[in-house]
Design a protein around this ligand. Structure first.
Ligand code: S3P
Length: 165
């Protein structure tokens, strides 16, 4: 195995915060697919969605994931929608993938004043909940373990370590 740990889950589930803590605990490097996309294409995700649309972003997100997978000893925080793109999902097959599970109330509370995520711009609680319910099955089918993301990030990182093979 390449000793990479992938974190998947909805926006606001705490993937980046938990990922940073986890990478320090394990002595791994921390990588975020969103950061790679923005760096490699010199464009913010919001502008990418606005100028080129979601599918263009998903292709670039897939390319970022493909590049990341070539390296080892990393904790990888992925964008919340990465699992909706078949090619990206296929790349995650056979990897160690943790789904950080949170409910829609928690997400809404955490992100209600955030305007950096194009899919949540002017998004009602109902619409956001529908998107989360739709994705939940995909997260569950893609992960190797599901972790409760409502706990304190430090505890979530510890739970992941406890579950590690
Ligand atoms: C997205 C989640 C975002 C980012 C983009 C799309 C999604 O990442 O990739 O705005 O479709 O859920 P985070 O999950 O890190 O917020």
């Amino acid at each position: 195995m390449n000793n990479n740990i992938f974190l998947i889950g909805f926006m606001g589930s705490g993937k980046s915060t938990v990922g940073h803590i986890l990478s320090e605990k394990l002595g791994y490097s921390f990588v975020d697919t969103d950061n790679i996309v923005e760096k490699d294409w010199e464009m913010s995700i919001s502008s990418m969605f606005e100028e080129h649309g979601e599918n263009y972003f998903r292709e670039r997100e897939y390319k970022a994931l493909k590049k990341i997978i070539e390296n080892k000893n990393q904790v990888v925080s992925t964008g919340g929608g990465i699992v909706t793109f078949e090619k990206s999902r296929e790349l995650l097959e056979g990897q160690e993938v943790y789904y950080i599970d949170v409910d829609s109330e928690t997400v809404y509370k955490r992100l209600k004043s955030d305007n950096t995520r194009p899919l949540l711009k002017n998004c009602s609680f109902e619409k956001m909940s529908d998107l989360l319910s739709f994705r939940k099955k995909i997260y569950e089918n893609t992960c190797t373990s599901k972790i409760d993301g409502k706990k304190d990030p430090q505890k979530v990182a510890e739970d992941i370590i406890f579950n590690m093979s």
